[in-house]
Design a protein around this ligand. Structure first.
Ligand code: SF4
Length: 437
């Protein structure tokens, strides 16, 4: 690197260090004392109760999350400008609505009017959307059935708006529009949400009454753990279920200091791969969904794309629909261990362990004891290979190594099984692989 490169690289790093300072200063929380349309679609009652009773303890959004909110607001303004250019009249921008009897409030994005839509002002909610998800959502039901909790909540949000608008106008508001903005292509798509009275009854009116009851009687409802929603919940630090997401709340007596280089390296690598894994999943989702659409559209299950051969295999499986009252009789609570990893700084580590700990774990030279264990393992593997070779010679077999190992396991020889296990051949894994073949 020459002097000019060094200077340029320092300038870039100086400029980059200036970003986000303003945003960080502005991060704030907005405690709410009512049920809100944008929150009613959240699955967990406890979170909604916390929002009203302990709103001031809410955690501030992260800088990255705040950037996404701000970007969403900018897109909202941009879409309204485009709508005006397209001949729409945009009204009641950010207008607030309220139903005091339910302690329910909402703020709509806007109402829009167009002569081709009968010149009646129609509810309009604008959402910026991932390009990978954009094509998958075309009907209101797609949101209701979405496997992503935040997209499901849009359905309740729109229905809440329709309910509040109907109340205000004193006549049924039959439909509203969700406008999706593709963050990649800047294209727009309007999806009609018809008024769904059953959903309004169950998920808006009854839910508000339920939350109001908890708040009024100072009750804390059951927590509903959700792997994707809890880590994002601003109250996970005060929730006994959600705080598994927050390692700070763990007791010191539950902690054990592990000094294992390979494990630390694996965690670092996992962190490095996180973003590309997310991109992998998004691309995977997009490919699967698009190919299924092709299958539906063209009635074929075999496709050629560029240099790729894509086949769609239909796999059928049986399902049993058991009535709820019978299901209840066999209900059991099961639990599983979730592994949560958070990077600690040096001083945090010191606070937890009461001593100076080097967070950079280095690879240790193996001790004589370690070398003896490794040697023993190698001896076992050597014996295993000898067994395989003699078996192959004895039976003049052309079997592959894995087939011979399966044969050896079938011999039910305890000593051999111990060697195989010691050599890290898992019986369970091998059996599964065999079934697959
Ligand atoms: S952390 Fe999870 S379970 Fe707890 S209140 Fe939040 S969403 Fe509900």
């Amino acid at each position: 690197m020459n002097d000019s490169d060094v200077h340029t690289s320092k300038m870039s790093s100086d400029i980059n260090s200036l970003f986000d300072i303003g945003l960080e200063r502005e991060l704030t929380i907005y405690p709410s004392s009512s049920n809100t349309a944008s929150q009613l679609g959240i699955g967990c009652d406890r979170r909604l109760v916390f929002a009203q009773t302990r709103g001031t303890e809410s955690q501030k959004p992260s800088v990255n999350l705040q950037k996404i909110y701000d970007y969403g607001n900018l897109i909202g303004d941009y879409v309204q400008t485009r709508l005006r250019k397209d001949g729409f009249t945009v009204l009641e921008n950010q207008r607030a609505f309220r139903d005091r009897s339910l302690n329910l409030s909402a703020k709509i994005d806007c109402m829009i009017k167009h002569e081709r839509l009968g010149n009646r002002a129609v509810l309009c909610e604008i959402k910026s959307f991932s390009p990978f998800e954009f094509d998958k959502y075309n009907r209101a039901e797609d949101f209701l059935q979405s496997n992503k909790h935040y997209y499901r909540s849009y359905y309740t949000q729109l229905q809440t708006y329709l309910y509040l608008l109907s109340l205000e106008r004193q006549e049924f508001e039959e439909w509203g529009l969700l406008l999706l903005f593709n963050k990649n292509t800047a294209s727009l798509k309007g999806i009609v949400f018809k008024r769904d009275d059953q959903h309004i009854e169950e998920s808006v009116l009854k839910r508000c009454e339920q939350i109001n009851y908890y708040v009024k009687n100072n009750l804390l409802p059951e927590a509903e753990y959700c792997e994707s929603a809890c880590p994002e919940c601003p109250f996970n630090h005060i929730c006994d279920v959600g705080n598994v997401c927050n390692a700070d709340e763990l007791k010191e007596s539950d902690t054990f200091l592990v000094d294992e280089f390979d494990l630390v390296e694996a965690i670092k690598r996992k962190e490095e791969l996180k973003e590309s894994y997310k991109q992998y999943m998004e691309a995977d989702d997009f490919i699967k969904w698009t190919m299924k659409m092709y299958k539906e559209d063209k009635g074929k299950s075999h496709f050629l794309l560029g240099s790729y051969d894509v086949r769609i295999k239909t796999i059928s499986h049986k399902k049993y629909k058991v009535p709820d009252e019978i299901k209840k009789q066999y209900e059991v609570v099961s639990s599983y261990d979730k592994i949560l990893i958070k990077k600690l700084e040096n001083d945090e580590m010191k606070k937890r362990t009461n001593k100076e700990v080097n967070t950079e774990v280095t690879k240790k030279e193996p001790s004589d004891e370690d070398i003896a264990i490794i040697q023993k393992e190698l001896d076992k593997k050597k014996k295993l290979i000898d067994d395989i070779l003699s078996y192959r010679e004895y039976f003049y077999t052309e079997l592959s190594e894995s087939e011979i190992i399966s044969e050896l396991i079938m011999k039910d020889d305890e000593e051999l099984k111990t060697i195989l296990l010691g050599a890290k051949y898992s019986f369970g894994k091998r059996e599964k692989e065999d079934v697959k073949e």
